[in-house]
Design a protein around this ligand. Sequence first.
Ligand code: FUB
Length: 656
Amino acid sequence: MSKALHVLLSLSSASAVGLLARASLADNPIIQTKYTADPAPLVYEDTVYLYTSHDEDNATGFTMYNWMLYSSTDMVNWTDHGIIGGVKDPDKTFKWADGNNAWAPQVIHRNGKFYLYGPFPRSGHMVIGVAVADTPTGPFVDALGEPLINNPNSGNDIDPTVFVDDDGQAYLYWGHQPPVFYVKLNEDMISYSGSIVELPRIQTYEEGPWLWALDGRWYLAFASTCCPEGIGYAMSDSPTGPWTYKGSIMDGDSRSSGNHPGIIEYKGAWYVFGFNYAISYPQTTTQPLPGGHTEQRSICVEKLSYAADGTIPKLPWWTTTGAPQIGTLDPYAQTEAETIAFSKGLKTETCGEGGMDVTAIENGDYIKVKGVDFRSGATSFTARVASQNSGGKIEIRLDSQTGTLVGTCTVEGTGGAQTWATVSCDISGATEVHDVYFVFTGGSGSLFNFNWWKFDGPGDPGNGSGGAGGAGGASGSGATQPTGGAVDTGGSSGDVPTGGTGPTGGAVATGGRSSRGGSTAGGRSATGGETSSGGSAPTGGAAPATGAAPSTGGVTTATGGAPAGGGSTSATGGLGTGGSTAASGVAASGGVVAPAGGTGSPDAGAGQAVTEASSDEGGCGCRATGGRSSSSPLGLLLGVLGLVVLRSHRRRPKAA
Ligand code: FUB
């Protein structure tokens, strides 16, 4: 079937089928309070910082204004840090940005600084800007006041990936569809030397490059073969190629359309992040969603492995189980409420007390926190809450939404949605390792906001009263991580270590894993949807690139692999001191004509339906590109026409 016909058929029955479908989801996708895409994980110290792009709740096409940050130390419970940069006020990092299409970013740590590379349109043409921060959470400040990359030879300067090799040389790769470009970054990370190099086409390369190295081999993963996109990869003996296509890390799937890899090593294991459409389009079958194209994507993660020859065994499509938990979560440490393994019906917001809080809490919503080790037991629970209404209750349950009730905390009105109070309640029956479900109950509407929580009791290692932790703790059938004590999925419940008592209150069990109590819940539309212009259809027209790119010259075509130093692993450290200004700019010329595109009327925000359970895989949506879907016949027709035209030019629209 031709792509155009496929799109036509897809669009025709979108509304009828799409959002009615309900799926079984578990811990993939890993973020449920927002739509997130384009994962860019960064390991810094003992934490994974996951930078993401952000699809607005009402997105139909690409409706993207800012970049988000999440973090985790166990790969399953993710803490929301909110917006860390963007292209639109009030989060406009790059004042000269057009104000839309904040696409796939990456953040790299070097020389004690954090560098954010972000693609977005300026004067209608996608360019790459760079911003700098002192911490991984920002604030990120525009480093140049103009694009770092504004390449007249590129149709679309999108999807930057930055890699610092063992010898200290940093590389920036980017590009949509063939070609892919690279340039050598200077040590200041905000300028480059030499020409932009255009690589020969890599088989199946589409966009979203991700560059890393391991054991003397260099890897370039990418979104492959539009559409649906899988994740392909190539290997080389040098960071600059020549690149040899090696196949798929993950094949495309009919339930999806896009994909975008981010790959890291963390605590001795390797992980690939990408995205699906399972929250937006929950489906239980492998049938492609018939149209209803939206860019409401959700980030997923799986473990990755290598064969002896360095190649990467192919993974199935994103599972609903995701990556296994590394270790357990300590319930006796104060934990942010926005630290979530899975949730239903909730949003997050900036908290008046700092950080973020969980909001839009309604009757029946819940937060799941995975692998919580109560050890010898908790006896009380404390929560920081605020309610401008009459409040509600927090039921604390084990292993499912309807699992054993170990305590109930009553939240009274506090006099304001940001007027915070601490409430406590007794806990009984919470010992050893469980998934904890905070189930919210009460009347109608928004019940209260939730900032943080903490348990107390004899299981607290800080109490010195001992616990049932300790070493040992063989898990189920999963493989044990080389380091960090992570245990793969596959073990049955109850594989919690109960051996040796810690010398002073119970050492942290390194092998244990909580049970994966399946649960089901009905989805509901998310509240708090953000409004947006909803438009990302290409508008055509020439967009002269006027920015001065800090570059020394034009584009050359690579004719072969540049020699490189010896084997290395991914370097995240840094040399030198950095922080210098960019090299003198060279004005780029040559406007780029954006293709005409679809203009169908956008469906207003469809909301977010979230269901959690424990079946195999989530669903997806099939995405058209460029134009947008519409529920009206005229909109459909215009959208399809636009898509066909767009396809004949390129898959991506110029940012409108
Ligand atoms: O999210 C916007 C664009 O979609 C990214 O830049 C591409 O990689 C694709 O994921």
